[in-house]
Design a protein around this ligand. Structure first.
Ligand SMILES: C[S@@+](CC[C@H](N)C(=O)[O-])C[C@H]1O[C@@H](n2cnc3c(N)ncnc32)[C@H](O)[C@@H]1O
Length: 227
């Protein structure tokens, strides 16, 4: 059986997971960060609690808290069922079971939901979507994209990836994307060509091993520093 979602699902990870997925150092955490496609992750809430600067951008922020809660409720069981049916594609070490996964994700998403209205007032959650973001050039030092680009390689075309990454490099000098495997833990079909293109544009590109690995083989991020 393979993992297949018709839409990009709202699913949220924690600050600790972001640190591990993107190898974030204390110095990185003090940079001005854009979390693109942060959805219902608690990264923004937890960063704000630590006095750090992060803006999250995602199409779901157009909706209010109760509508997002309902959407999470609608997809929650589907995600857990698909994960259960594909259990062998994941590493059950830090998270030991599908039930624990559900609890951990819900606890991050509830932190996000409780923070959403306050965060919107302060401009921490901005509605917008790739490939065109509502920010001027160089608004941020670093953009993080977790579980959107490359993961949904079947649903999102090569051209979309190229436009999206160029847009991210317009708003920040450095872009990190995790993971670079698709929903079935296979290397993204777009990855090699995208790396070749970015290198030909003279950006500094590296695929770097990180501490985080939940999808088997999903333990590298793509780092791009604008030329
Ligand atoms: C699987 S969630 C990942 C959430 C979070 N980054 C994390 O890792 O916990 C993917 C997110 O991508 C967002 N998304 C969908 N289409 C998008 C687009 N065109 N531009 C930016 N984000 C998009 C979805 O709304 C969703 O919140």
């Amino acid at each position: 059986m393979s993992v297949k979602y018709h839409n990009v699902v709202p699913w949220g990870r924690s600050f600790k997971e972001y640190v591990d997925m993107f190898s974030l150092t204390d110095e990185d955490l003090n940079r001005s960060i854009l979390g693109c496609s942060d959805g219902p992750a608690s990264f923004n809430y937890e960063m704000n609690r630590k006095g750090k600067s992060v803006v999250s951008v995602d199409p779901i922020y157009e909706m209010d808290k109760e509508t997002i809660r309902k959407r999470i409720g609608e997809t929650y069981l589907e995600v857990l069922e698909q994960t259960k049916a594909n259990k062998e594609k994941f590493i059950w070490k830090n998270i030991s079971s599908v039930e624990e996964l559900g609890k951990i994700r819900m606890s991050s998403m509830n932190l996000f939901l409780d923070d959403l209205e306050e965060g919107k007032k302060h401009g921490r959650y901005v509605a917008g979507f790739l490939p065109e973001l509502p920010f001027s050039d160089n608004s941020f030092d670093l953009v993080l994209v977790s579980h959107f680009l490359f993961l949904y390689s079947e649903q999102l075309s090569f051209d979309f990836h190229v436009q999206a990454i160029n847009e991210l490099l317009r708003v920040a000098g450095e872009v990190r994307i995790f993971p670079v495997v698709d929903l079935n833990s296979r290397k993204s079909i777009h990855l090699d060509e995208i790396i070749g293109l970015l290198v030909s544009q003279e950006h500094v590109v590296s695929e770097e091993k990180v501490e985080y690995e939940f999808q088997k083989g999903g333990n590298t991020m793509l780092k791009v520093i604008r030329e």
